[in-house]
Design a protein. Structure first.
Length: 242
């Protein structure tokens, strides 16, 4: 059968080598050394071209790296009342969608602050978990954090931050003196108790925190609760959501 590279067949001309391609009209001639190498290594050249095409395809199909932001997470389970340090917090990179308003991103913003609620290992830290103004995050406008000293200090072992309580004032001493009881505030959430964590009351500025709880109250409730412990004995009653 005649060689088709130098002859016409069915009106078509087939070049025999890369050198012939380089000499086609309208093509810029390849250097002789390159044309010779292509002529001798056609399979290798084809393989290189396929590899380059595959690399380009992989690059196009690979998703761009996700952007991240820095947040602070607990390195272990931390009880309420823990004073935060570099030893119990770590910087973690998370997608921006996981970080909302109030998340702390700087060690300096958390150092020395006290937890108002326990944290699980890996949980991200927000200002609402710290003693201070952040405790009132999400409460209605005009809410106040009111500290109360319970008449029975041991009773606060039964309550945790987040639970709802009725605050009751009584003038009875529990023995021979009897007096009426009055509900000063109904279904107020507990923000902090001195029983959780065993730390001194940094936020309240005193080490005598036995029997203290802090509740979130509206303006009317706050006016009744302020100084209530000087008028009698305070107790709380655990209640469910209204």
């Amino acid at each position: 059968m005649p060689i088709l590279s130098r002859r016409r067949r069915d009106g078509l001309r087939f070049p025999a080598s890369a050198r012939d391609i380089s000499r086609r009209p309208g093509n810029r001639p390849l250097p002789a050394r390159v044309a010779g190498w292509l002529s001798r290594n056609r399979r290798l050249a084809a393989a290189l071209l396929l590899c380059a095409a595959a690399a380009i395809a992989v690059q196009q199909l690979t998703p761009a790296p996700l952007s991240t932001v820095t947040a602070l997470g607990a390195v272990r389970d931390l009880p309420a009342g823990t004073v935060l340090t570099d030893a119990n917090l770590a910087r973690v990179q998370v997608p921006p969608g996981m970080v909302a308003d109030g998340f702390l991103k700087d060690d300096a913003a958390a150092a020395g602050k006290q937890l108002a609620a326990p944290m699980r290992k890996g949980q991200l830290l927000t200002d609402a978990q710290l003693l201070g103004p952040g405790l009132l995050a999400g409460t209605p406008p005009g809410s106040a954090a009111v500290p109360l000293r319970m008449a029975d200090a041991s009773s606060i072992q039964l309550v945790s931050p987040g639970q709802l309580v009725n605050v009751v004032l009584t003038s009875a001493n529990g023995f021979d003196q009897q007096g009426p009881s009055e509900v000063l505030a109904s279904a107020v959430p507990v923000l902090w108790t001195s029983n959780k964590g065993g730390q001194s009351g940094q936020w309240l500025g005193t080490s005598e925190t036995d029997g203290l709880i802090v509740v979130a109250a509206n303006a009317e409730q706050s006016s009744r609760l302020a100084g209530a412990s000087t008028q009698g004995r305070l107790f709380f009653v655990l209640v469910g959501p209204p």
